[in-house]
Write a protein that binds this ligand. Structure first.
Ligand SMILES: [Zn+2]
Length: 508
């Protein structure tokens, strides 16, 4: 999916709000007595979710039954995506699929691509490219990597550089509301003290210091930049405060608000984004909208780190494997199974052993499906099947899987429940002598195969490998004239035959 142009995005936003005006009922954000994660009212999804705002598990209630609104921080596109990024996006893709496929909740997801930033400027200088061409190249690569990992694209991609006027207006209103100030150097800072104890929703849990570089005119070290004045040879936009560019946090607040307004159901990102990034996003939005609670649920995914390395996988630490390197040895399905076999908010260790374990889990599942299908076709002759045990086991699995997924998306428990069902299925699929035919029970095995295949498909794992069909080209002898492929192609004995002929010779 391409980034929306400004006009296209406005049209989409209008459609969204026109179609489901009740996505933003009234003009008020959720009321939060303490300004810290009040449980929202609204449509009950039937899911319990760990909310970083309240630091506890609570009912996931969304504003509109028609569609949940979800904002996801996107990548800063200055280098290749690595498995640490992939892990976060795949885990949230699984959660998104669980919500839509298992709980019937439609989702409107917005993701912003950060295409201007200090790292992009630095890297573009190293590679003697313009920051914009560097950003576009890595944005395209990011999208291809996500597609290769079967991560569904967001409903709307947005780019920071295509929305600078909106960002400037957003900052102006925060200043007008008394929560930000400009300095003589042409910077604009958020005045953290102006919101008192409302600042610090995530600080206690994740970090306790804001390390943004100081400006001599900054009122407090905790204040953070909304607008940065341009240094020589940096890209810039003209603003009421001089030439400059937006700070990092303001882009997410502005663009999320531009689509969803004052009320957001779900906000996601890696745990390292909780502070200061999400903390500052909240401060900006609540200062802009003058509301008690802008985003209702903040979900954070745990880090991925290499075995024996306590640090998270990151570019700056040079301890990473790119998505492309990974895909040379393993598949998207195996990585997804690796992600399913841990809780999304836990740190997870990547190693040859852990990915091989995921590969083996998939092999066990696929091998059971093959055996069960062989049994269905009468190619496996077994002792009489104890159907009651299998029907009971299948029904119990369905209940356990739904309960696990409703419990803060516990995919590990859901996969375990399915593996238990496979264990019961395999115990009875023992081949016996081919001479004697026992009574057969295809229905129960058919139902088990259907359920397991559907379970995997709903989570983004395709069990039906695409068949590679050989193609043979039959060529008429001509080296000088015009060659064409001659339809219809003939499919015979699992092979496509294509007649490749020369038009000139044929007409002669
Ligand atoms: Zn963000």
């Amino acid at each position: 999916m391409q980034c929306l142009s400004r006009a296209g995005w406005r049209l989409y936003s209008a459609l969204l709000h026109g179609r489901a005006g009740h996505i933003r009922p009234g003009n008020l954000c959720t009321s939060a007595a303490a300004g810290r994660g009040a449980t929202p009212s609204g449509h009950d999804t039937g899911i319990q979710v760990y909310n970083s705002l309240s630091r506890k598990k609570e009912e996931l209630r969304v504003h509109s039954a028609a569609a949940a609104t979800w904002y996801s921080c996107g990548p800063t596109v200055y280098d290749h995506a690595h498995l640490g990024h992939a892990c976060s996006y795949v885990r949230f893709d699984i959660i998104r699929r669980v919500m839509t496929q298992f709980f019937g909740i439609d989702i409107v997801m917005v993701m912003v691509i950060t295409d201007i930033d200090d790292k992009i400027i630095k890297r573009s200088k190293e590679l003697t490219m313009t920051p914009l061409s560097l950003a576009r190249a890595y944005e395209e690569e990011f999208k291809q990597d996500m597609m290769a990992l079967k991560v569904l694209p967001p409903t709307i991609y947005m780019r920071v550089t295509e929305h600078i006027p909106e960002i400037i207006s957003f900052i102006q209103k925060i200043i007008l509301n008394g929560h930000a100030y400009s300095t003589s150097q042409g910077n604009v800072y958020f005045d953290v003290q102006s919101i008192g104890k409302r600042y610090g929703k995530f600080t206690g849990t994740f970090s306790d210091i804001n390390t943004e570089p100081a400006d001599s005119n900054k009122r407090s070290p905790r204040d953070f930049a909304l607008w940065k004045s341009a240094k020589p040879e940096e890209p810039f936009w003209v603003s009421p405060w001089g030439k400059g560019r937006p700070g990092w946090h303001i882009e997410c607040s502005t663009l999320a608000s531009s689509v969803f307004g004052k009320q957001l159901d779900i906000h996601t990102g890696g745990i390292d984004l909780a502070f200061p990034h999400h903390e500052n996003e909240i401060a900006q939005c609540e200062a802009y909208h003058q509301c008690e609670q802008w985003g209702n649920y903040f979900l954070h995914s745990g880090h991925l780190h290499l075995k024996g390395n306590e640090e998270k996988m990151s570019k700056s630490l040079k301890n990473y494997i790119t998505v492309k390197e990974y895909l040379k040895s393993y598949s998207a399905e195996e990585f997804r199974m690796f992600c399913l076999r841990s809780k999304y908010k836990s740190a997870v260790e990547y190693s040859k052993d852990s990915i091989t374990e995921a590969r083996n889990t998939l092999k066990i599942i696929l091998s059971f499906i093959d055996d069960a299908k062989a049994y269905l076709k009468g190619q496996l002759n077994c002792q009489p099947i104890q159907e009651d045990i299998l029907w009971h086991s299948l029904n119990k699995t369905k209940v356990n899987v739904k309960a696990a997924l409703a419990d803060d998306f516990d995919t590990l428990r859901a996969v375990d429940a399915v593996m238990d069902l496979i264990h019961h299925g395999n115990r009875q699929l023992k081949t016996v002598s081919k001479e004697f035919q026992h009574a057969r029970s295809p229905l129960v095995y058919g139902a088990m195969v259907n359920y397991i295949e559907q379970f995997l498909e709903q989570l983004g794992i395709s069990v039906h490998q695409k068949q590679v069909i050989p193609i043979v080209i039959i060529q008429a002898p001509c080296s000088t004239h015009i060659w064409v492929s001659f339809p219809p192609y003939v499919y015979l004995s699992s092979t496509f035959y294509i007649l490749h002929v020369c038009l000139v010779c044929c007409i002669k």
